[in-house]
Design a binder for this molecule. Structure first.
Ligand code: KG4
Ligand code: ZN
Length: 341
């Protein structure tokens, strides 16, 4: 059995988890501690980097201790210390990385410096034991990409956003409609009772041959409609949310369909269509992607909600995947604010 501690501090979640793989290669999440800083940032309507870094410092040690305790293991029993070394807010990344390096030095364990995006990309193998290759829609507050995942460390980016990330678009939509932060869950909740057809919102990039995204025009169109009918009653907000979410769903499905066509040229036949990142928590997007996968005769895989958003288990798992291949780092591993897949 191999056991790794995973540490995540790249954005506004402080997380520590323990994941093991048994001799048959079967993984188990033995502890998965996540502390969200949402309350600290909510008053500002977005993540404030300096506040985030300080909050990570305050809680990370305790969170790691709690993860070890929950898993019933000790530092000395671990086979590696994995940490998200980027991409993300540099202050937070440094907190996690310095902590991981210190633990690795003191306990004499291998350090595994994991790419946060790679961890999202590999989560479907932890939860569903997927084989390579698969098509991944990675959509979070900071990232939106369609990627052919061919192996650990072997990713082909088929398309991405040329402006806002999908999660960011949800967050901005929520803010301009006076809803809370983070915006995705709020918009989804409001959209439930709304009429998606009352407002004619654009579907940017629909039909384009490259599976890229553009979301800033949709956000602007939403703002114009909201201003036109202001002041907004609850009914109006619900209809605007429903219209916005329906537009995003249409764009996502069109872009994913194009990416599926392009996939064969780079990676052959995919084993599945996978959604990851915080936006994969959206029920409407999940349902539409599942239907698209069904049409293409593919399985659809999306991690359970607690593993869609940022967490330590995905970092520990990516660490285990790298450890298996001997991809170990040392004390000089840099913190990377930018780190493309
Ligand atoms: O992966 P994640 O937890 O953090 C990073 O950005 O790395 O993703 C957070 C993002 C936020 O923008 C949030 O609004 C969005 O995911 N999100 C959603 C939903 N839940 C979270 N977007 C749409 N619908 C949701 N239900
Ligand atoms: Zn993330």
């Amino acid at each position: 059995m191999k056991t790794v501690l995973g540490i995540e501090t790249t954005c506004d979640e402080t997380a520590a988890a323990i994941v093991s793989v048994d001799s048959d290669g079967l993984p188990s999440i033995r502890a998965n501690e996540v502390l969200s800083q949402i309350a600290e940032h909510a008053v500002y309507g977005g993540v404030v980097p300096e506040i985030a870094a300080r909050a990570h410092v305050e809680v990370l040690d305790r969170l790691i201790a709690r993860a070890l305790e929950r898993a019933g293991t000790r530092l000395a029993d671990l086979d590696g210390i994995a940490v998200a070394a980027g991409p993300g807010l540099i202050g937070g990344v440094l907190v996690g990385l310095v902590t991981a390096k210190t633990l690795a030095l003191v306990a004499q364990k291998p350090l595994l410096a994991v790419n946060h995006l790679e961890a999202h990309a590999l989560t479907a193998r932890l939860t569903d034991g997927l084989d390579f290759p698969y098509l991944l829609l990675l959509a979070s507050g900071g990232h939106t990409q369609l990627v052919a995942v061919r192996g650990v460390g072997d990713y082909v980016r088929l398309g991405g956003t040329i402006d806002d990330a999908i999660g960011e678009a949800f967050d901005k939509a929520a803010k301009l409609l006076g809803l809370g932060y983070p915006g995705g869950p709020e918009v989804e909740r409001m959209a439930e009772g709304g009429d998606p057809e009352r407002f004619a919102l654009p579907r940017p990039m629909l039909g384009r041959r490259q599976p890229d995204f553009s979301l800033s025009g949709l956000k602007t169109a939403l703002r114009i409609e909201a201003e036109r009918i202001a002041p907004l009653a609850e009914r109006d907000v619900a209809d605007l949310c429903a219209g916005f979410q329906a537009a995003v769903v249409d764009v996502v499905i069109d872009r994913a369909r194009i990416a599926l066509r392009g996939f064969a040229d780079t990676a052959g036949r995919p084993t599945a269509l996978v959604a990851a990142g915080g936006v994969a928590a959206n029920g409407a997007i999940r349902r539409a992607l599942a239907a698209l996968a069904g049409e293409a005769g593919l399985a659809f895989v999306a991690p359970p909600l607690n593993l869609c958003g940022d967490n330590g288990a995905m970092i520990a798992w990516a660490g285990l995947e790298r450890l298996r291949l001997g991809l170990v780092d040392d004390i000089t591993a840099p913190a990377r604010p930018r780190w493309p897949l």
